[in-house]
Design a protein around this ligand. Structure first.
Ligand SMILES: Cc1cc2nc3c(=O)[nH]c(=O)nc-3n(C[C@H](O)[C@H](O)[C@H](O)COP(=O)(O)OP(=O)(O)OC[C@H]3O[C@@H](n4cnc5c(N)ncnc54)[C@H](O)[C@@H]3O)c2cc1C
Length: 222
């Protein structure tokens, strides 16, 4: 879906509006690929921005942390929040400095978060965080115990008012610069997982679980 359909006065992209998207498919795809988001809110009249992990489950974004977190306490108390996450796809090298840019996909979500209660939803959110980081990890690692669950606050933010903005493609140089002798094009940027590195002293004779190495070149001991 393109155009302003689905936007609100708060989320309508004004600068380069053709890059704005408001449909959930576009928004969810970015939320699901991004590992880190930033939470912005007002603390004692001071804007603050805090980076954090997050996961989307259906129509909510979940984020978690220590029960002592200032941000989580502030948001739990009802402060409005703005969440942002960004994926970087490439450096856009124009002939002119003016037209240098970056290819990206980003999402902004506005709303109020609420705390989720102990129980199945809390476990499901923790599973979603873990499986987002590395699918397969939840079943392998020790599950949280009651004390750990009590020490963990999880908030959820409904995806009710959100925008995505996406830049793709080549640099937008001026025609007058067509013969300027500078290289121009895109340098792709990808986030990739590296080879697993065990902690010092780990005694591990078995083959590594598949989920650790999937998508990587086969390792000598696997
Ligand atoms: C990695 C990255 C680098 C960028 N670098 C620059 C830069 O150097 N200079 C620059 O001018 N702009 C840059 N942008 C674009 C920037 O995010 C803004 O979209 C742009 O600056 C317009 O800002 P504005 O305040 O006029 O937004 P407006 O268009 O007035 O914003 C209105 C609404 O549109 C939505 N919106 C705006 N921007 C985004 C976004 N990026 N993602 C999702 N929703 C959005 C929000 O809901 C916002 O409330 C960059 C974006 C990314 C992701």
């Amino acid at each position: 879906m393109t155009g302003a359909e689905g936007s609100t006065p708060l989320t309508r992209v004004r600068r380069m509006p053709e890059r704005g998207h408001y449909d959930r498919d576009a928004i969810d795809a970015i939320l699901d690929e991004a590992i880190v988001c930033h939470l912005s809110w007002i603390y004692q009249e001071q804007p603050v921005v805090i980076p954090t992990l997050f996961a989307r489950v259906d129509d909510h974004i979940y984020f978690h942390g220590s029960s002592g977190s200032r941000t989580l306490k502030g948001l739990r108390a009802g402060a409005r929040v703005c969440l942002e996450c960004t994926l970087i796809d490439g450096l856009v090298l124009a002939r002119s400095i003016f037209h240098h840019s970056i290819n990206y996909r980003s999402v902004v979500v506005y709303g109020s978060a609420s705390e989720i209660a102990e129980g199945d939803e809390k476990l499901a959110a923790l599973k979603a965080f873990t499986e987002k980081l590395l699918p397969g990890r939840w079943a392998d690692a020790r599950s949280p115990n009651d004390k750990e669950l009590r020490q963990t606050t999880i908030l959820r933010l409904p995806i009710d008012e959100a925008s995505a903005k996406v830049r793709t493609g080549d640099p937008g140089d001026e025609e007058a610069d067509a013969d300027y002798p500078a290289w121009t094009g895109i340098i792709p940027i990808e986030v990739t997982r590296g080879t697993p590195r065990p902690i010092e002293g780990l005694e591990w004779e078995d083959p590594l679980p598949d989920y650790l190495t999937e998508g990587l070149p086969r390792l000598p001991n696997t």
